[in-house]
Design a protein around this ligand. Structure first.
Ligand code: DAH
Length: 341
């Protein structure tokens, strides 16, 4: 009897099947009521009493073994049965993964930096949490200048020195000039903060790119040429610029620059309020007081600086009407810039 059991076990162990039907035949052959294992059970009656215990155990083991073997074979065909190779179209294109898009402000910032890099400017960055010296005092702001007021500046602490969120990236000028002697030719991108009520046209944070060039014999004409080159690369070769006199504490003389309105081509429209021009930046020759404060000799060196808002340039390029769109992370808005990068 024990020999029979062992022989059957070996037979089952080596059984193979090439499809689910053959597995079913194996099941019938070994495990059905008329199968080989059941036949052993029937023979069990004739086993001498003193062997019953051992033989019974072996038969049970064999039954378990056969059941597991057949279930295993069944499982191996189950997958192929669910989706047989004939039904899978291996030539179909896969579902593409969702790829994120670059933020419009990053697209425009990168383009601005690329243009300035082509003119020899390198990138400098500074901290967003600053002190009064770097944001105001070194840049020739009088002590009672309104920009220092609680209205505009987010102060973090006022003791022992004023610590605040920078209101412009001009602070990076000071940081670089303090550590480096001319020639200096940098652009400084970054986020700035102002205590403004949030609306379509104002936000409590936005982004700027600051530019600074200090060397011997730098003139206003150099400034004008660099800004013209920038405007034409950014907005197209037909773009015109004009400079209007203005005032900033850290430049003398100071100017604001307009570009010809590219919506109406300079004829005047609602966007440029009928003037044909739109303002894009502030600029000027670095005030000698600023050079002096940063340890650069104004008798030897001169320089120019300019600063502009990345949101403003982005609005002009992509006609975004509401500033708040830039920080709401609405993917329907962000996806519109898919083709732009
Ligand atoms: N810092 C100015 C602002 O935030 C922008 C600016 C104007 C920067 C004139 C300059 C400049 O470097 O020369 O409004």
């Amino acid at each position: 009897m024990l020999e029979k059991i062992n022989a059957l076990r070996e037979e089952i162990a080596s059984a193979t099947a090439s499809g689910p039907e053959e597995v079913e035949q194996l099941r019938i052959k070994y495990l059905s009521k008329k199968g080989a294992v059941s036949a052993l059970m029937a023979d069990f009656r004739n086993v001498p009493a003193d062997q019953k215990r051992e033989v019974g155990q072996k038969i049970n083991e064999l039954k378990t073994f056969a059941t597991e073997k057949i279930n295993g074979l069944k499982d191996s065909f189950a997958v192929a049965e669910d989706a047989s190779l004939d039904e899978i179209d291996l030539t179909r294109t896969a579902t593409p993964g969702v790829v994120g898009t670059r933020h419009p402000l990053s697209i425009v910032k990168n383009e601005m930096l690329r243009i300035f890099a082509s003119m020899g400017f390198t990138i400098a960055e500074g901290p967003e949490i600053e002190d009064d010296w770097h944001v105001f005092e070194s840049l020739n702001f009088p002590p009672d200048h309104p920009a220092r007021d609680m209205q505009d500046t987010f102060f973090i602490s006022r003791n022992p020195v004023d610590v605040l969120l920078r209101t412009h990236t001009s602070s990076v000028q000071t940081r670089v000039m303090e550590k480096t002697q001319p020639p200096i030719r940098i652009v400084c991108p970054g986020r700035v903060y102002r205590n403004e009520a949030i609306s379509a046209r104002a936000h409590c944070f936005f982004h700027q790119v600051e530019g600074l060039y200090i060397d011997k014999d730098v003139s206003f004409a150099d400034l004008k040429q660099v800004l013209l080159g920038f405007a034409r690369q950014m907005f197209g070769p037909e773009t015109k610029i004009r400079l209007r006199p203005s005032y900033f504490p850290f430049t003398e003389p100071s100017a604001e620059m307009d570009i010809s309105c590219d919506i109406c081509g300079g004829k005047g429209c609602a966007f440029c309020k009928g003037t044909g021009w739109v303002e894009i930046l502030g600029c000027g020759m670095v005030d000698p007081n600023v050079l002096k404060a940063c340890g650069i000799d104004p008798e030897v060196y001169t320089g120019y600086a300019f600063g502009m808002g990345i949101e403003r340039i982005t609005n002009l390029k992509y006609k975004v009407k509401d500033l708040r769109m830039f920080s709401e992370n609405d993917v329907r808005f962000l996806r519109e810039f898919e083709a732009a990068h």
